[in-house]
Design a protein around this ligand. Structure first.
Ligand code: TXA
Ligand code: MG
Length: 315
């Protein structure tokens, strides 16, 4: 059922049930992070492999401190600037966080989401919420309650409807190393914003860095093939038997004679991020054989968009 009732969501969660919740990035599939049975239900509902750990959502920086052995100064700096918001921070967990959350790792990823309904919900329960994106593993992440209903509606009792997600791509995941920030997953908060707001340097992601096990090469997959091409014209000329849908970053002067979607009218990266998953779903469901998109400028949130497109693409 889709609804806006925080009390219903909060009661179901207290009973150990799984509930879909809105965040500013994408919808999450939430359960009591301290209840092993409830957390294992998340894995089975999503069909998620157990080696892929879950982000834990808390209502505030103070609440986050309850679940870690240590909160480095640089992490505190990040939290003060970006929480509530689309930044998830990897920290050393304490014994309150069960191993099933972190897939056995001694580190937990924590975040304070920036969505009024979910912040109220987090304040109304006495436990943190583990929540991966509310989609079947390896499918496109949901940015509306209807997307969740479409993918998981028959497997969960309640979807808390908080409208369309404002950011539209998942949070940025970082860890702290030697006083700098390592990006484990590009997302809603850009590298530029991190350095601009905190002055912390961005350090390279080396093989020695903790890996984010969920970063599989092909992810966010559409059902039909998606190709990243430099020239739509050329692809269409070379593949005359294939019908294509095109995703544009801005309104072109002349559109080709195929189904076209505009992620933005003006190449606005925030708008493109916001529309990406919704329009991918629509293009995936239309009658064409494949989806075409161009490479995006890898600046700001463009890096997260590029990452999602590359993982969705057929190589
Ligand atoms: O915006 C978001 O982050 C959304 C909303 C719901 O908060 N959540 C989300 O969760 O995208 P999910 O599960 O779809 O992606 C979480 C990523 C995975 O790649 C996972 O491997 C990584 O975070 N992760 C979680 N805990 C980790 C840990 N302890 N160590 C390393 N990577 C971790
Ligand atoms: Mg996900």
């Amino acid at each position: 059922m889709i609804g806006k009732d925080i009390a219903t969501a909060s009661q179901l969660l207290a009973d150990g049930k799984v509930v879909a919740i809105p965040t500013e990035t994408v919808y999450g599939l939430a359960a009591n992070a301290l209840d092993i049975r409830a957390v294992s239900e998340i894995y089975s509902v999503k069909n998620r492999p157990h080696f892929n750990p879950l982000i834990v959502h808390v209502p505030s920086l103070d609440a986050a401190k309850k679940y870690v052995t240590h909160f480095p100064k640089a992490a505190e700096e990040l939290a003060r600037h970006f929480w509530p918001g689309s930044l998830s921070i990897l920290l050393p967990k304490n014994e309150m966080i069960p191993d099933i959350i972190t897939a056995g790792s001694p580190h937990v990823v924590l975040r304070v989401p920036n969505h009024p309904l979910t912040l109220q919900l987090l304040q109304s329960v006495s436990f943190p919420l583990a929540a991966p994106s509310a989609n079947v593993s390896n499918t496109v992440s949901p940015t509306t309650a209807n997307h969740v209903e479409h993918g998981l509606g028959d497997r969960i009792e309640y979807i808390l409807d908080g409208g369309e997600c404002a950011v539209g791509v998942e949070s940025t995941i970082v860890c702290i190393q030697e006083g700098g920030v390592v990006i484990l997953r590009e997302g809603g908060v850009s590298q530029e914003a991190i350095t601009h707001k905190t002055g912390l340097p961005i350090l390279p992601h080396t093989p020695a860095t903790i890996q984010s096990p969920g970063q599989l090469k092909r992810h966010y997959a559409t059902h039909k093939p998606l190709y990243i091409v430099n020239s739509f014209d050329e692809f269409i000329r070379n593949n005359p038997q294939t019908t294509c849908s095109i995703l544009y970053y801005e309104k072109p002067k002349d559109t080709l004679n195929v189904t076209s979607y505009f992620l933005s009218e003006t190449y606005h990266l925030g708008e493109i991020a916001n529309q990406l998953f919704s329009i991918l779903r629509i293009a995936d469901a239309d009658s064409s054989d494949c989806i075409l998109i161009q490479p995006i400028k890898p600046i700001g949130i463009g890096r997260a968009i590029q990452d999602r497109i590359q993982r969705a693409a057929t190589v």
